[in-house]
Design a binder for this molecule. Structure first.
Ligand code: PLP
Ligand code: ZN
Length: 406
């Protein structure tokens, strides 16, 4: 790692615990020492089967600081049955439901908590829409660091249970994610805690780039034409886009011409609204209302950069209703055997919309990012579950039941 650089004014800083430019308050990005790297496709053979196989392109200096829970290196499925249902030919699902804490957030959390060790930070934490809570708490547990988590009171109960089992202190606030985020920024000042997605954000976001690296490697270094990504703050989308560009910049893949499409739920779609009205700013919204709670960020920190990435890549932005999200969850589960949370259902719902409207062509090679596991969000399916009568354990009763349901 060479430095941190301001995304807005270009000012550079030594790599330290810093997330914002002193000159213009712009966000800072990690800059790497590419000249000192000698990487080719063969370099990755036989490496760890986790995101740490890409350590040369991650902001950790000393490998002994790595917290390894085996985040990443998740399956990329060639999804033929779903492709057929949607009239597509080349469809892949990147299945991040099977990470150590069951969402893609294990990637940024692994990098941020490892970086906290490198900076000799004593307490970590995060404000979270749900999934980051468990991811940070689990990695903090493995690192032996205390962890403080601030969440909106109405997130899925299992996500709170999970984070608290890893030993994190959990604070529920009467308010939205944006309220939790503001409180976290104040608590970081007051107590010196390092919130991974605030204080360590430049390092944190780097973890998600590996979602692009893995897809390229799994496709034998031939990137897809089009990828579909759910958006909350927009950080994930920006990181995936950067990842594809970084690999092509290093000559590991052909020239980057990937289209990246972002998805939000209708009840919280400030980035999609800005895209549709051709704005270059994102108007925050007050009260997100959607079953996709992990996507419920009304004031997306990386919104304008997500917009930029989408436009630069000639992708698009799509919003989907809660009903379409549930249908997306069911479709993915029934066709491919993957049970996703609403964020994943949103990706599939958007894919379906784009395929139906011809915005994705039959021959296009598409990869969908499915970022979280459905077991954590069963309440989202309330009202959509089949009624299951209980019968006598007798063949006659079974026969009657089958006649009724036929
Ligand atoms: C956090 C999250 C996202 C979106 O991440 P951002 O970087 O905030 O855009 C998508 N899917 C799931 C399951 C998440 O938990
Ligand atoms: Zn700046």
């Amino acid at each position: 790692m060479k430095a941190l650089r301001c995304r807005e004014c270009g000012e550079t800083y030594p790599p330290a615990r810093r997330a914002i430019c002193e000159e213009c308050f712009g966000p800072l990005d990690v800059v790497y020492n590419y000249e000192g790297l000698s990487l080719d496709r063969e370099s990755f053979r036989g490496r760890r089967k986790s995101l740490w196989r890409y350590i040369d392109l991650l902001p950790i200096e000393d490998p002994s600081n790595i917290i390894e829970l085996n985040a990443g290196f998740t399956p990329l499925h060639n999804s033929k049955r779903l492709a057929e249902a949607l009239g597509l030919k080349n469809l892949y699902i990147k299945d991040d439901t099977v990470n150590p804490t069951y969402s893609f957030k294990d990637r940024p959390a692994a990098v941020a908590v490892s970086k906290a060790l490198e900076f000799n930070i004593k307490v970590v934490g995060c404000p979270s829409t749900g999934n980051l809570a468990a991811a940070t708490a689990a990695h903090a547990a493995k690192a032996g660091l205390p962890c403080y988590i601030i969440v909106p009171y109405d997130i899925e109960p299992l996500k709170v249970v999970q984070a608290s089992m890893y030993g994190a202190e959990i604070v529920k606030v009467k308010g939205t994610y944006d309220d939790a985020n503001r409180l976290a920024a104040q608590a970081s000042e007051e107590y010196g805690w390092a919130f991974v997605n605030i204080d360590l954000r430049p390092y944190y976001v780097e973890g998600s780039k590996t979602l692009a690296f893995e897809v390229c490697e799994q496709l034998d270094w031939e990137p897809p034409d089009h990828v579909i990504v759910p958006m909350a703050s927009g950080a994930l989308l920006c990181a995936i886009y950067r990842g594809f560009k970084e690999l092509s910049g290093l000559g590991l893949t052909p020239r980057c011409r990937i289209k990246i499409t972002g998805v939000q739920p209708e009840g919280c779609a400030p980035i999609v609204k800005a895209y549709n009205s051709k704005d270059s700013y994102v108007m925050p919204m007050d009260k997100p209302d959607t079953i996709a709670k992990s996507l419920a960020i009304g004031d997306p920190g990386d919104g304008i950069y997500a917009l930029k990435s989408i436009r630069e890549s000639s992708g698009t932005a799509v919003s989907v209703s809660d009903k379409e999200i549930v249908e997306g969850i069911k479709l993915l589960a029934r066709k491919e055997g993957i049970f996703a949370e609403p964020a994943g259902g949103a990706t599939i719902a958007a894919l379906r919309k784009l395929a139906d409207s011809g915005l994705i062509s039959r021959d296009e090679h598409v990869t969908c990012y499915v970022t979280g596991n459905g077991l954590k969000t069963v309440e989202a399916l309330e009202g959509s579950l089949p009624y299951l009568p209980v019968i006598e354990p007798k063949l006659e009763a079974l026969r009657r039941l089958l006649e009724v349901t036929a």
